[in-house]
Each structure stands twice: as C-alpha cells, then as structure tokens.
Design a protein. Structure first.
Length: 66
C-alpha cells in the first residue's frame, strides 16, 4: 500500500496532468466549444478535490526533514 504522501502527490499530479492535457488540446483548437467545456468542467468540478489534496500534501511535507 502506498504511503499517504505518495497517494496525495499522485492525486495532485493526476489532476495537473489532466489539466495540462486539456489546456494543450484547447490551445491547438481554441474555437472548439467541446474542448472549452471540458476544460472548464474539469476546473470547476475538481477544484475542491485538488485543493484538499494539495493541502494534505503540504501539511504532510511540513513534518518531513530535508
């Protein structure tokens, strides 16, 4: 089983990777309404989850010594 920090980092990474992919698709075809809707939907519907994952990740890394 993965450690909590790795799961949270993976969740943030997955959200960010999908966001970058959607942004690239829209940049390639800026007038495509479906791609615009997909990007906005991703941001709006997953914003709270991504913020919670990032907050957990940041709170866990505070306890890790360098």
């Amino acid at each position: 089983m993965a450690q909590p920090i790795r799961r949270n980092a993976g969740g943030v990474r997955a959200y960010s990777d999908h966001l970058r992919d959607l942004m690239s698709q829209l940049a390639a075809d800026p007038l495509n309404e479906q791609k615009s809707i997909a990007l906005v939907t991703h941001i709006v519907e997953r914003r709270e989850s991504a913020a919670q994952l990032l907050e957990k990740l940041q709170s866990q890394t505070l306890g890790i010594s360098c």
